[in-house]
Write a protein that binds this ligand. Structure first.
Ligand code: GUN
Length: 173
């Protein structure tokens, strides 16, 4: 899909296509649509990220809370979004043994209890051992620093999803 096609989309089509660039936050795509035309993928992405950066802390935490746990209940129940399902599968999180799943569930619960939002990581760039390591490491950080890191991960996920939609190759890690 090229940028001319993106700029020609009406509101409904734009939200259908880009509504899950930020997990379960179609409102962001709805707001970004008003800022067209976009000059290229980077420009489009800039508008998504600027919206996130302009939110008060409560809104930024709200975005994090829209994310499902990695290897969590929604994966077991099959209720993930298509994008999250694909990312968790590519990280090897759909084929964990029971012990490993339990260990991650414990860490996810500790993280949520400490920060009040779920652990978010660009899963597609990771694997089960790295997810566990990152979770254990980030669990002990100061909350303000962790909020910044988690929003950075939301942006990495959004970057990869946008690059998929526009057929661009992504060099960012
Ligand atoms: N990384 C990539 N997708 C997701 C997701 O849906 N949830 C979390 N927690 N991390 C992700």
């Amino acid at each position: 899909m090229d940028i001319e096609k993106v700029n020609s989309m009406d509101f409904g089509e734009f939200v259908d296509v880009f509504g899950n660039v930020i997990e379960r936050c179609p409102l962001i795509a709805a707001a970004v649509w008003s800022q067209r035309p976009f000059s290229n993928l980077e420009d489009l992405e800039k508008h998504f990220f600027a919206f996130i950066d302009a939110l008060p802390q409560s809104g930024q935490e709200g975005i994090l809370r829209c994310h499902p746990d990695l290897a969590g209940r929604e994966l077991q129940r099959g209720t993930l979004t298509a994008e999250s399902q694909r990312e968790q599968r590519s990280a090897g999180l759909t084929s964990l043994g029971a012990d490993e799943r339990l260990r991650l569930a414990e860490l996810n619960a500790q993280y949520r209890a400490r920060f009040g939002f779920p652990f978010v990581l660009a899963a597609r760039l990771s694997d089960p051992a790295a997810v566990r390591r990152e979770l254990a490491r980030r669990l002990h950080r100061p909350p303000a620093q962790e909020l910044r890191t988690a929003l950075g991960e939301v942006k990495k996920i959004g970057h990869l999803r946008l690059a998929d939609l526009l057929g661009a190759h992504s060099a960012r890690r």
